[in-house]
Design a protein around this ligand. Structure first.
Ligand SMILES: [Zn+2]
Ligand SMILES: [Zn+2]
Length: 693
């Protein structure tokens, strides 16, 4: 077995101490006999003593007693174990490895026992109702009744020495929603956006997996979340087509306009285990093909749930209207989204309106249900022992606005995830990875919210209202008050990078996971959809910069912003801005602006410089103006001097005669000169809390 060979000189982290660490130093391995393994995703080497390993396994088995619940789901109570050990992070415990795996990278116990039961079911060694026995045998280590499933698990977890000795045809099912952002933003009402977010979560975490549980078994679902599902089922094609049809109908019923596709792929247990990457690649190509073939009716959106009552969480929601309309030209366009035919007359918080079916569902669900993220955040705050911090859900976008009436729409996306997904070698690495990505992004977001001056705003410790619309894997989409959104973004990038660095080690710096963010700041009465589109285009330019920096090994996350004053979008491209910026430069820049705000330098002075710069065609003309003007100032007001004393760039800019200068390293002597005053003015009102960075 895997007892440590004496000559082994690796640095092992003691898994037990890592699990229970509350910030103190994590121990390395001691000399007790134990097992060692390499984390499936992070490549970290761990050690766990045999004694401790058995203790953890016993806890799992003890808590296993419940059998199957009323939905046929196995009660696998990690939560109880976590409470016992007082562990805040579930995903950590879920990384407890299966010691009998012969690979360096061992699967998590929680994944491999499910796979074992799935294989047993596929081979006909166990039926749906007696799965609990297969689980028990798995933990007892008595595999006699399940020789084929055991062989499959051994083949999956050994280095090529063991092969599948009896193959079996299977079918893979993959599918879900896409163009999700478009669905969220069909209209700009916060309740409806929240409703859309709740609908998608309900579909992919409850309804779609339930459909697969009921048609097959719980273990058939390998992954479900963020709008997508992946399942492994038996080779009955007729049934698969039926189930796929049902899944598509569920989405069409609930989220009428949400584009979705479900596909199947004929495979075998051998190919799933031995050719995992190739099989997934081929499958993905087929999915892309099918997406192109689907046609959506996005004009007439009749609700098939009308007058039905649906249950989401603890809420019972009736989908109803005052009057059903014929949908002829007279009823006109939907009052809320403006693009689809109005088919229902309903009472809304904005008065009686004629709206479409898609908006009807979002409206009813968004008004009744609490954003599920807010519930998760509440849990996080309680677990982190931050009792006393409270936050309230915004009722309208207006509730999010800061004292000057501004909100920020923030759209973030991780860099380099694709590379890691493509490098996953087998099905259990994928199970482990998808679980870990969600937990890590979630924790980074919570921490950034709490750290960035959202907390401790006043003595009552009320968090500023914000709306987290989507958190799917590495995607983060939220609306918050603008006044401290710059610092929040800086915290979020730093936290995200740090947390992923803890969990995903890569051999190359430029492959490391970082976050890029696009921020659109505007008045609260700007349509959210417009702000989102701007944030999205800023995210793209931030990601472009990050790719450039990655090629030099200087990637640390990036950010780009647009500030819309009033309600019209002014073209900022004509002014050479310092944005997009890497995260380190961004942090320096926020510090600079905050220092300036607390100095003698007045905002009006910066405004004058911006105006002067706009009027002068030549840069040299502006520089002369700047230096001449600066000479006339009293000593404490001299900007050239102040900037040189206060701007210590760790980043890529330096200050020179009234401009920020960035050298373009590829071209000798070539540099870009940026209008720093415009950038300072842009974020002047939105960088509260910057000192604490
Ligand atoms: Zn509508
Ligand atoms: Zn992404």
């Amino acid at each position: 077995m895997c007892n440590i060979p004496i000559e082994d000189k690796r640095n092992y982290i003691d898994w037990d101490s890592y699990m229970n660490s509350k910030g103190e130093e994590i121990k390395v391995k001691n000399n007790e006999p134990g097992i060692v393994w390499k984390d499936a995703v992070t490549d970290t080497w761990f050690y766990l003593s045999n004694e401790k390993y058995n203790e953890y396994i016993n806890r799992i088995v003890e808590n296993f007693g419940g059998g199957l619940d009323s939905h046929g789901k196995v009660s696998f109570e990690y939560k109880k174990i976590c409470d016992f050990y007082d562990i805040k992070n579930f995903s950590k415990l879920k990384s407890l490895p299966w010691r009998y795996a012969e690979k360096e990278k061992k699967p998590a116990v929680v994944d491999v026992c499910r796979l074992f039961v799935l294989f047993a079911w596929l081979y006909g060694e166990v039926d749906k109702d007696s799965r609990i026995n297969a689980y028990k045998s798995f933990f007892e280590g008595s595999f006699d009744n399940y020789p084929k499933a055991y062989n499959a698990v051994k083949a999956l977890t050994s280095e090529n020495s063991i092969k599948i000795n009896q193959d079996k045809e299977i079918i893979l099912i993959k599918g879900g929603a896409y163009k999700i952002k478009k669905y969220y933003l069909e209209n700009s009402k916060i309740h409806d956006i929240r409703g859309a977010s709740i609908i998608i979560k309900h579909l992919t975490e409850d309804l779609i997996p339930q459909e697969v549980f009921e048609s097959y078994i719980e273990e058939a679902v390998i992954y479900s979340g963020g709008g997508n599902i992946f399942a492994v089922v038996d080779s009955d094609l007729k049934k698969v087509i039926e189930v796929i049809g049902k899944c598509e109908k569920i989405i069409d019923d609930y989220a009428i306009t949400l584009e979705n596709v479900f596909c199947y792929y004929k495979s075998s247990i051998y190919n799933l285990i031995e050719n995992y990457r190739d099989e997934m690649k081929k499958f993905d190509i087929e999915i892309e093909q099918k997406k192109k073939l689907k046609i959506y009716n996005n004009i007439y959106t009749r609700s098939s749930l009308l007058n039905n009552s649906i249950k989401i969480g603890n809420e019972q929601i009736k989908i109803e209207c005052r009057e059903e309309l014929t949908g002829d030209a007279e009823s006109g366009a939907c009052k809320r989204c403006n693009t689809k035919e109005a088919l229902y007359k309903v009472d809304t918080p904005d008065g009686q309106e004629c709206i479409c079916g898609s908006c009807l569902h979002k409206l009813k669900i968004g008004r009744k249900c609490k954003s599920s993220f807010n519930k998760d955040l509440e849990d996080y705050i309680n677990k982190a022992n931050l009792q006393g911090i409270s936050f309230s859900m915004p009722k309208e976008i207006e509730d999010i606005k800061d004292s000057k009436g501004y909100i920020s729409v923030i759209y973030g996306d991780g860099n380099n995830f694709g590379k890691i997904v493509n490098s996953l070698e087998n099905i259990y690495e994928m199970m482990y990875f998808s679980r870990m990505v969600y937990m890590t992004s979630f924790e980074a977001t919570c921490k950034a919210i709490l750290d960035s001056n959202y907390s401790l705003q006043n003595e009552k410790k009320n968090l500023k209202p914000f709306e987290l619309i989507a958190l799917g894997g590495d995607d983060i989409f939220l609306i918050c008050p603008a006044e401290n959104s710059m610092c929040f973004s800086k915290h979020l990038i730093t936290e995200f990078n740090k947390k992923f660095r803890e969990v995903i080690a890569t051999d190359k710096e430029n492959n490391k996971i970082t976050l890029s963010i696009g921020i659109a700041v505007g008045k609260y009465n700007n349509p959210v959809r417009n702000l989102f589109e701007m944030a999205e285009s800023k995210l793209l330019s931030a990601k472009r910069l990050e790719r450039e920096l990655a090629s030099k090994g200087q990637n640390n996350g990036s950010v780009d912003i647009v500030v819309v004053k009033g309600t019209s979008y002014v073209d900022f491209i004509s002014e050479q801005s310092m944005f997009p910026m890497d995260n380190d430069s961004f942090g320096e820049f926020l510090k600079l602006v905050n220092k300036m705000k607390s100095s003698e330098i007045k905002k009006s002075r910066i405004q004058n410089l911006v105006r002067a710069k706009q009027q002068m065609e030549e840069e040299s003309e502006f520089q002369l103006y700047f230096l001449y003007n600066d000479c006339k100032q009293k000593d404490k007001n001299k900007l050239e001097k102040w900037m040189k004393e206060n701007y210590f760039s760790k980043g890529i800019y330096r200050f020179e005669a009234g401009m920020m200068v960035k050298d373009i390293s590829e071209i000798e002597g070539k540099s870009v000169r940026c209008n720093v005053w415009k950038d300072i003015l842009d974020i002047w009102d939105f960088c509260k809390g910057g000192v604490s960075i």
